[in-house]
Ligand binder design. Structure first.
Ligand code: SF4
Length: 326
C-alpha cells in the first residue's frame, strides 16, 4: 500500500518504469512456473486499479527486454563472488535453502541491470536515477551503486549512480504482525471482496492482554492499530486513547476498521474488476511497455558496448551461411 501510493504520486513528476520481475521469480521458483503469468497479470491489474497510468508510466516484463540479460552478463564479469555471498538477502535466504544456485547468487547483479538500464544516456545536469523502495532495500541500492561505480572506473563514465527514494508511508505488517507474505496468508489483496476483507480483519492480531472491553490495551503491538495508521491516519490517535483507556473492545474496533478499509478499497476494487473484464487490456499495456523499455534499453546498450569495445559494424552479411559456397 505504501509503495503503490508513492508510485501514483511519483508518476506525475518522473518518467517511471515498473518492472514485472518474472525472471527473478525463477530464482526461487524455477521448478514451479505455474503461477508466473497469472501473477504478472494480477500485479498489473493492481497497478492499474491503484491509479498507475500506462499513459504516464511504463510497465514491462523483465524477460521481454533482452538488454537486461545482456547488461547483467557484462556486470557479472567484474562482480566478485565473495561480495555476492556477503549480500544480506542472499545470506538470509541461504539459511532456508540447502542448495545455492547460480541464478539466485547472481540476482543482485541482475537487479543492478534492472535499475541501471534506465540510466539516462545523454546525462544532463540535474538528471537523477531514483529507486522508490523501502529502507530495508538500501543495501541492494548500495550494491547497484557499487556496480555502476566499478563500470565507470573501468570503462569510462557511463552510468549515473542511483539514489534510494524512501517513501514516508508507514510500513504495513501482515495481519498477524509478521512480515506480509502470500504464503503466510496474512495479507489483504486489492481484489478481495468486502466479506473477505471483513473476515481477514477479524483474524488480525490484537493485544492478547485485552480480554474484556474495559481492559486497557496496548495498541502499538496490535495489527488493527497499524492498519488504522495507514488507512485512516486521522482517527489513529483516537484509537490509541480509546484502546489505552479501555473505552473500546477489540471486536468493535475491528468492525470499524473493516468498514474503513472497505470504503478505501471499494473504488480500487471496482476499477480492478473493470480492467479484468477486458481480457486483452493488460497484455496491450504490457506490449506497449515492453516496446518502450526495449527502445530505451537498446539505446543505452549501444553506449555500453561502445564503452566496452564490443561494438561492431553490422556483421550480419559478412558471416557465411551454413552450406554456403562463398
Ligand atoms: S482495542 Fe483496537 S487497538 Fe486496542 S488492542 Fe483491541 S483492536 Fe487493537
Amino acid at each position: 500500500v505504501g509503495a503503490l501510493r508513492n508510485w501514483v504520486d511519483l508518476q506525475k513528476e518522473y518518467d517511471c518504469f515498473f518492472l514485472l520481475a518474472d525472471v527473478q521469480a525463477l530464482t526461487t521458483h524455477f521448478e514451479d512456473v505455474s503461477q508466473i503469468k497469472t501473477s504478472v497479470e494480477d500485479v498489473v491489474l493492481d497497478f492499474l486499479a491503484a491509479g498507475l497510468d500506462p499513459d504516464q508510466s511504463t510497465f514491462f516484463v523483465q524477460s521481454q527486454v533482452p538488454a537486461l540479460t545482456e547488461l547483467s552478463m557484462y556486470f557479472g564479469m567484474f562482480t566478485r563472488v565473495v561480495e555476492l555471498q556477503q549480500n544480506p538477502t542472499i545470506k538470509e535466504e541461504l539459511k532456508h535453502q540447502k542448495d545455492l544456485f547460480y541464478g539466485f547468487l547472481g540476482y543482485p547483479v541482475s537487479q543492478a541491470a534492472d535499475i541501471l538500464l534506465f540510466s539516462p544516456v545523454a546525462m544532463s545536469p540535474g538528471d537523477e536515477l531514483l529507486v522508490p523502495v523501502g529502507e530495508d532495500q538500501a543495501p541492494h541500492i548500495e550494491a547497484t551503486r557499487k556496480t555502476a561505480r566499478r563500470f565507470n572506473e573501468i570503462y569510462g563514465e557511463t552510468f549515473i549512480l542511483p539514489e534510494i527514494l524512501i517513501s514516508d508511508v508507514p510500513r504495513l505488517p501482515g495481519l498477524d504482525m509478521d512480515k506480509m507474505s502470500k504464503s503466510r496468508g496474512n495479507a489483504i489483496y486489492l481484489g478481495d471482496g468486502p466479506d473477505v476483507v471483513t473476515e481477514k480483519v477479524n483474524s488480525a492480531f490484537t493485544d492478547p492482554k485485552k480480554a474484556r472491553v474495559d481492559d486497557p490495551g496496548d495498541p502499538f503491538g496490535c495489527a488493527v492499530y497499524q492498519y488504522y495508521r495507514v488507512f485512516a491516519p486521522e482517527i489513529a490517535d483516537e484509537v490509541v486513547i480509546d484502546c489505552q483507556k479501555g473505552k473500546i473492545g477489540c471486536a468493535a474496533d475491528k468492525k470499524r476498521l473493516a468498514g474503513v478499509m472497505n470504503d478505501v478499497l471499494e473504488p480500487i476494487r471496482t476499477r480492478r474488476a473493470e480492467f479484468a473484464a477486458q481480457p486483452d487490456y493488460v497484455w496491450d499495456v504490457l506490449r506497449e511497455g515492453n516496446r518502450r523499455a526495449r527502445e530505451v534499453g537498446d539505446e543505452l546498450m549501444e553506449v555500453v558496448r561502445e564503452a566496452m569495445h564490443i561494438d561492431y559494424p553490422d556483421l550480419a552479411d559478412s558471416v557465411p551461411r551454413h552450406g554456403s559456397t562463398q
